[in-house]
Design a protein around this ligand. Structure first.
Ligand code: SAH
Ligand code: F3S
Length: 477
């Protein structure tokens, strides 16, 4: 239904786009993991576009191969290592080929990468992409190159991303980078650094540019969008030291949403990811005030048990989470929620697991991203807690969570049947070329027969007459 994480068992996705005709070198760029990586790859493509590289989907013809990697779970890292091995024969045939690793694995493993993976010439962390041209020159001089310095300021605000392989209708716009939350299981604060917000004017400019280029929907991206804060520069943690004027004129997430929604009323706006402790009810009020703000929130919970939430250093209780959901539904009755959940975190009992299932039933999520806990080196959980839920128990609990989510998804989808929905056409359905694939405001996928005069990017009204667990079936009204 919603493609937020690329299934780690599959290959990453390589994207390409038409770029500068005068460029002669070829870049093969493949992304793994979260939306942020896909968005960062567009910045990387833009930087390298100015250095003579156009992207290609054919790895055989590449002069430069870059993998934008994910560290979130062990399996994600293994997938990347396997992929790297598959490039060995290319390098043998073409010694001038450069292979680089970007993103979270680069940041986590640093120079170890160059030692462990002999194929790799280049290691670049998420805040160092501006340095790519210099690093590539070092490689031309016969050296390995690495830059994994994390920044408190870098937001790539001034770089206009090259849109890669998308549908020309929906795009990601990064609004914050990094994360300060320090959930004990999570590697992100170590691989992506401190949280920082991007200048709102550059965000608005990017959205306008997208709109002018025919895009119809943006997803504002960050690890924790609700803690967005702009007060004229400086990291969030220094807000206390800001002047009175800076404090009075500070812009928070709800206002940023309003700014974009008001300025571009034809553009649909989504956002991800939300954190319960930072979410303000103003965000839900904006959804009712501006119809172009989609009525859908990805609100990870991780566990329904207070014991686990505490051990995970989540900044909210089960009760606070449920209260937020209740208030949101009161303000926006047709709102949809999705979750992230972890099964089998350190010390999780059967009772904790039951709490997760009961919380899921209470919220009635439309969709979810569910994972078995995977211990990550260097995280607080790895240092201080024992990964003591046996793998088969993790697996069984995860299975129960997934089965329940399937049940809830179907239940939610059924509530959409028999009603008219305004949907955005994203492209042709994968299963039937005579049908469109579109999404309603709740982010549910709707397929329906194409009609004369309809085009990709159109907002049309469809009547939903049936559904499966993942898809609504509709008819143009
Ligand atoms: N705030 C982020 C979360 C990134 S990680 C966002 O923008 O989505 C995405 C999800 O991966 C988390 O919500 C969590 O459910 C899961 N996750 C993180 N670390 C994990 C680990 N060590 N094992 C299993 N799942 C994990
Ligand atoms: Fe990770 Fe928690 Fe931040 S899950 S990305 S530390 S909000």
């Amino acid at each position: 239904m919603q493609e937020k994480y690329i299934d780690e068992t599959k290959q990453g996705e390589a994207y390409a786009s038409a770029e500068k005709p005068e460029n002669t070198k070829k870049l093969f760029l493949e992304s793994y993991g979260c939306q942020m990586n896909f968005s960062d790859s567009e910045i990387v493509a833009s930087i390298l576009n100015d250095e003579g590289y156009n992207t290609t989907l054919n790895v055989e013809e590449a002069d430069l191969i870059l993998l934008n990697t994910c560290s979130i779970r062990e399996k994600a890292e293994q997938t990347v290592r396997n992929r790297l091995s598959s490039f060995n024969h290319l390098k043998k045939n073409k010694p001038s080929l450069t292979v680089g690793v970007l993103g979270c694995m680069a940041e986590r493993l640093k120079t170890k990468f160059l030692e462990e993976e002999h194929l790799v010439d280049l290691v670049v962390g998420p805040d160092a992409y501006r340095d790519l041209p210099n690093l590539l020159k070092e490689i031309e001089d016969g050296k390995d190159a690495i830059n994994v310095i994390l920044s408190k300021e870098e937001t790539y605000a001034d770089i206009s991303p090259v849109r890669l392989g998308g549908n020309g209708v929906t795009a990601f716009v990064t609004i914050t980078r990094g994360c300060d939350n320090m959930c004990t299981f999570c590697v992100v604060p170590f691989t992506r650094g401190r949280e920082r917000s991007r200048d709102p004017h550059s965000i608005l400019e990017e959205c306008k540019e997208l709109w002018n280029n025919g895009y119809k929907e943006v997803t504002l991206l960050g690890q924790n969008v609700d803690s967005y804060l702009w007060y004229g520069g400086g990291p969030k943690k220094d807000f206390d030291k800001a002047s009175d004027l800076q404090k009075a004129t500070a812009l928070r997430f709800a206002q940023l949403l309003e700014m974009v929604a008001k300025e571009l009323p034809g553009l649909r706006i989504r956002f991800a990811t939300s954190n319960p402790q930072d979410m303000s009810l103003d965000v839900f009020r904006m959804m009712t005030k501006y119809p172009n703000i989609c009525k859908y929130v990805h609100l990870p919970v991780q566990s329904g048990s207070n014991n686990m939430l505490k051990a995970m250093n989540r900044q909210h209780t089960r009760e606070e989470y449920l209260e937020l959901v209740k208030q949101a539904k009161a303000i926006v009755p047709e709102i949809a929620f999705s979750q992230d959940l972890i099964a089998g975190f350190c010390g999780e009992t059967e009772e904790d697991h039951q709490d997760t299932l009961s919380l899921m039933r209470e919220v009635e999520y439309d969709y979810g991203y569910m994972f078995a806990y995977s211990e990550r080196p260097g995280t607080p959980a790895h240092k201080k807690m024992e990964d003591n839920v046996p793998p088969e128990v993790k697996k069984r609990r995860l299975q129960e969570i997934i089965e329940l989510q399937n049940e809830l998804s179907l239940k939610r989808m059924k509530t959409y049947v028999g009603k008219n929905h305004e949907v955005l056409i994203e492209g042709t359905s994968k299963k039937n070329e005579n049908q469109w694939k579109a999404r309603n405001t709740q982010n549910a996928v709707v397929v329906f027969d194409k009609m004369e005069g309809q085009n990709i990017g159109d907002l049309v009204t469809v009547h939903v007459y049936d559904c499966t667990q993942g898809t609504l079936l509709g008819k143009t009204v």
